[in-house]
Each structure stands twice: as C-alpha cells, then as structure tokens.
Design a protein around this ligand. Structure first.
Ligand SMILES: Nc1nc2c(c(=O)[nH]1)N[C@H]1C(S)=C(S)[C@@H](COP(=O)(O)O)O[C@H]1N2
Ligand SMILES: [Mo]
Length: 361
C-alpha cells in the first residue's frame, strides 16, 4: 500500500527517462567545467561558480535517484547483465563517490574532513576527474538522443525547474543547519575552504603537487634571476625583506590561512631591472620547474616572501623565497622561486607543467 503510493509519487515527479540520462550528461559536464574553473577563483566576486557547482550537484542527486531506481533491476539481476553493464556500474560508483564526498565535505563530516592523507575535497576532485571519461564511455554504449516527445509536456519543464530550485533551496538550508549545529561546515570561505588556525610555519599545512618535492635549498648556493623583457637583468644572491603583507592563502584541497608575509615587492625588483615597453606578464619559476604567470600589474603588487608570521620561511613552505599572490588560489603561490621572467604573454602550458612538475627529476 505505502510502497505503491510512494512509487506513484515518485513516478509523478520523474522526468522522462531519456531526458534524465541526457540531463545527467549535461549536469556532469557543467560540474566538470565549474569544478575546474573554481580552481581559478580566489576572490568573492566570482562566488557564483561555486554556487552553480553546488546547486547542479544537488540536482544530480535527484536525477541519479531517478536513474538508479529505473535501472536497478538491470544491475541487481545478474542474468540481465550485458557487456556494457560493468562500465555502467563503475560509472554509478564514481558518481556516488563524487556526490558523497562532495556532500560530506560541504556538510563538514569528520573533524578534519580527511580520508587518510587527503582532504575529502581532494578525494571529491579525484572521483570527479575519474567520472568524466566514465560518463563519456557510458554514453557511447548506452546513449539515445532525447526525442521531441520528451519535451512536449509542459510538466516536464516544471519538473526540471523544480529540480534546480530544489537544489538551491537544499543548499541554502544546509548552510543554515550547519551554522546552527556548528558542524564545522560553517566557518568556511565561499570557496568551501576551512581555516587553518595558527601563525607562522606551523600554522598551516605544507601542500605540494604530486611529485614536487625538492631538497632543501642552500641559501649560499641560491640566487634569484630577474630576466626577460628588462633593461638590465638582475642576479640577486639574497633578498632583504622590506615589505609586509597580510594575505590569505586558499588551497584548492580545502584549507585557508591568513598570515603576515614579509619580503620584497615584485614591483621594486622590476623597477630595479627596468621593464621594456612590451612587458605584460611576469612568470615565477621554481627550482623544480613549477611555475605561474601573472599579469604585470598584479605581479608588481605581489610579494616574494622570505618570512611568514615573523619567522624565516621553512623549507616546506618554499624557502628561501616564495610567491605571495593575494587573491590567487594557493597553487599559484610558487614556492622555491629561482627566476622571475618578464614576458609579453601569458603561459598556457603552466597548467600542465604544475601537474607534472617533479616527475622528471
Ligand atoms: N614549486 C611549488 N610551488 C607550490 C606548490 C608545489 O607543489 N610546488 N604547491 C602549491 C600549492 S597547491 C599550494 S596550496 C601552496 C601551498 O603552500 P604551503 O605548502 O606553504 O602551504 O603552494 C603552492 N606552491
Ligand atoms: Mo593547493
């Protein structure tokens, strides 16, 4: 009785199956795009990237529920497996893993929000990256284009509107509930990152990409080159910290810290070297090859820091000198800087270089 009523209620809110599949594909694409894009957002003016990611994510929860309810017999019943079923199951597992870790991260489950070494957010990113090719392959084996009849009903549009409004409302309620229950999900930035409390080197985690792990740098053997589109290239054996900046480092693995950084203004170095007319960008290169490029105006305002929280920068945090780029996400704050290159263009290869940096050494 109850079950029959539930099933009827479910059927009445369920969009046509082909549209569910198609919407899942569109939503997963939006999630991949906004998820990757969110890595470049460091200032609140682009908050909507995160908002969209969360709202569409919650819509996927509903769409996936419809979908799994529809195909469950094909999965549970081993006799109905075909050659494409294992891929479908794998896709479902990746989708559920992505959603579960994403939701757990937002809600603030677990005191540290970590699974072993990784933050839940990093695991979420891992699942998400695995999901994209799986969905594409799954589509290739199962996809049927939506038909015109799928769109004909006005109620279908309403169901979809309901899905997304529902997603936004649930997200808003969750924020309120988090604040009231104080789950640890409430003190985060708009990026979802949580505070690392403490001052100086021990106040925040050391975070490096994959294989970027150089030996400690001997300050006597170290030098900083300022080169490229400059009148007179510089080679500095040491930098004297004469500028201070309180800046927020927000890592894409989900933590942030506000520290007092001391070092030299990049603008001062550039003035000393004298930039040429076509200089428009500045590239910061690590001893490991890891690098990032900023537009010159922004770069001038950045700091090459030797100190944090009143202490000399530790090796793990990038000694002798690391970039402090206010408003940028943590991965752009290059550590162990050895070269400052003035250029006339940005550097699109940097995306790849940061990922593979360290593997070649
Ligand atoms: N050379 C180099 N710089 C790097 C990284 C790296 O792997 N190699 N990791 C980046 C990342 S992902 C972050 S969040 C910050 C972290 O700085 P921290 O280790 O001092 O906390 O450094 C950035 N700078
Ligand atoms: Mo990071």
């Amino acid at each position: 009785m109850v079950r029959g009523r539930l099933e009827r209620a479910f059927a009445s809110v369920q969009p046509p199956p082909r549209l569910v599949d198609w919407s899942l594909f569109v939503c997963v694409s939006i999630e991949a795009a906004t998820g990757l894009l969110s890595f470049t957002v460091g200032t609140p003016d682009r908050w909507y990237v995160f908002w969209l990611h969360r709202t569409v994510g919650l819509a996927i929860v509903a769409l996936l529920a419809f979908k799994l309810a529809r195909v469950r017999h094909r999965i549970v019943d081993r006799d109905r497996w075909d050659s494409a079923t294992p891929l479908s199951v794998l896709t479902a597992v990746a989708a559920l893993g992505t959603l579960a870790t994403g939701i757990a991260w937002v809600v603030g489950v677990g005191s540290e929000g970590r699974i072993a070494y990784w933050t839940l957010l990093s695991v979420h990113v891992g699942f998400g990256l695995a999901l994209v090719p799986l969905v594409v392959a799954h589509l290739a084996t199962r996809f049927r284009l939506p038909r015109q009849t799928d769109f004909r009903e006005r109620r279908t549009a309403l169901k979809f509107a309901g899905l997304f409004v529902g997603g936004a409302v649930v997200y808003r309620l969750q924020e309120t509930a988090n604040a009231v229950l104080d789950t640890g999900g409430s003190d985060r930035r708009f990026t979802g990152s949580r505070p690392a409390e403490g001052e100086g080197n021990d106040g925040f985690p050391i975070t490096s990409w994959v294989a970027d792990d150089p030996d400690p740098i001997d300050p006597d053997a170290w030098s900083l080159a300022v080169s490229g589109l400059v009148e007179s290239p510089l080679k500095l054996d040491a930098v004297e910290p004469d500028a201070t900046r309180h800046a927020l480092l927000d890592c894409t693995s989900g933590w942030y810290t506000v520290q007092k950084w001391q070092g030299v203004r990049v603008g001062d170095l550039l003035d000393e070297a004298g930039t040429l007319e076509n200089a428009s960008h500045v590239r910061f290169v690590s001893v490991t090859g890891y690098r990032w490029t900023l537009p010159i105006g922004e770069a001038r305002n950045a700091l090459l820091a030797t100190r944090v929280g009143g202490e000399a920068l530790s090796h793990g945090h990038g000694a002798p000198v690391r970039l402090v780029a206010p408003g940028r996400r943590g991965f752009q704050w290059v550590k162990w800087v050895v070269r400052v290159e003035v250029r006339d263009r940005t550097d699109s290869a940097q995306w790849l270089v940061t990922l593979i940096s360290g593997f070649d050494s």
